[in-house]
Ligand binder design. Structure first.
Ligand code: ADP
Ligand code: MG
Length: 256
């Protein structure tokens, strides 16, 4: 029988020894389970080690304690990470930035470009395929970065404050686009965000992180059925859920 768990992080600890003699203890004891095709948001204070956890789950950083367990016996493949900065290659036109992961895997250029164009269309950027990345707005560049991750059909998609550098309106617009695409994306998603409404719109579950050294101090299931519509934000259920999340975050920030 197929397992419905993609990965389990068990008692992950991270201490950086390159800063102070006794080390900077960033992650204290992080345990979490990600189910297949689940969308989980992680909310927590700045500097608490959210990016550190993303790098560990992405296989970019080895934790100093604990382990990652894959019930299927193999690591999620592929894993894609979207950062706050788009990190587009300025010498490649937009379409080739999106196509790049496919090209690296040997997909013929014509096919890779066609697929990349489809993704750009989905994000309303069909007319910008041949544009240079430097000519894109911040919101467009971030859409391109997300398209470049999605084109790989990742089994695990990690997003580290992907909309964090954008203005509020662009941010809201892109989160609605992500909500609309959700049904087409098979990935398990872990997204770090500071926005409660983003987390409520997009996720199946919200994890709340403590300050450093970080622990997961609370977890909430988000019961809104899918597909979700933008009007969800105007409902009483949504607003009262936002209030509960805010209260949980606030109560731990003030040490209660
Ligand atoms: N490679 C590293 N070496 C030393 N300290 C690091 C390293 N990476 C992150 N840190 C420190 O770990 C802490 C948590 O960082 P980070 O994971 O980026 O937090 P967050 O994403 O929650 O803001 C910060 O104090 C940061 O300076
Ligand atoms: Mg961070």
């Amino acid at each position: 029988m197929e397992n419905d768990i993609l990965l389990e992080a068990k008692h992950i600890q991270m201490t950086f020894f390159d800063t102070k003699d006794d080390g900077l203890h960033v992650l204290d004891d992080i345990s979490l389970t990600l189910k297949k095709k689940e969308f989980v948001c992680l909310i927590g204070p700045s500097g608490s080690g959210k990016s550190t956890l993303v790098r560990i789950l992405g296989g970019l950083l080895e934790p100093t304690g604990g382990e990652l367990v894959y019930p299927d016996g193999k690591e999620p493949d592929p894993r894609a990470i979207v950062f706050q900065n788009s990190n587009l290659l300025p010498w490649l036109p937009t379409v080739d930035n999106v196509a790049l992961p496919l090209l690296v895997h040997g997909v013929p250029k014509k096919e890779a470009r066609r697929e990349a164009e489809n993704w750009l269309q989905l994000f309303g950027l069909g007319d910008f395929a041949n544009e240079w990345p430097n000519n894109l707005s911040g919101g467009m560049a971030q859409r391109v970065a997300i398209a470049r991750a999605l084109i790989q059909k990742p089994q695990l998609l990690l997003m580290d404050e992907p909309l964090g550098a954008l203005d509020a309106m662009t941010r809201e617009q892109i989160s609605l686009e992500l909500m609309a695409f959700r049904e087409q994306i098979d990935a398990t998603v872990l997204m770090v965000t500071h926005s409660i409404s983003e987390a409520l719109l997009l996720s199946d579950r919200i994890l709340i992180y403590s300050g450093r050294p970080a622990r997961i101090i609370d977890e909430m299931k988000i019961p809104f059925p899918r597909p979700r519509q933008p009007e969800l934000r105007d409902t009483i259920e949504f607003m009262s859920m936002a209030k509960v999340v805010r209260k949980k975050i606030f109560s731990q920030e003030s040490g209660q």
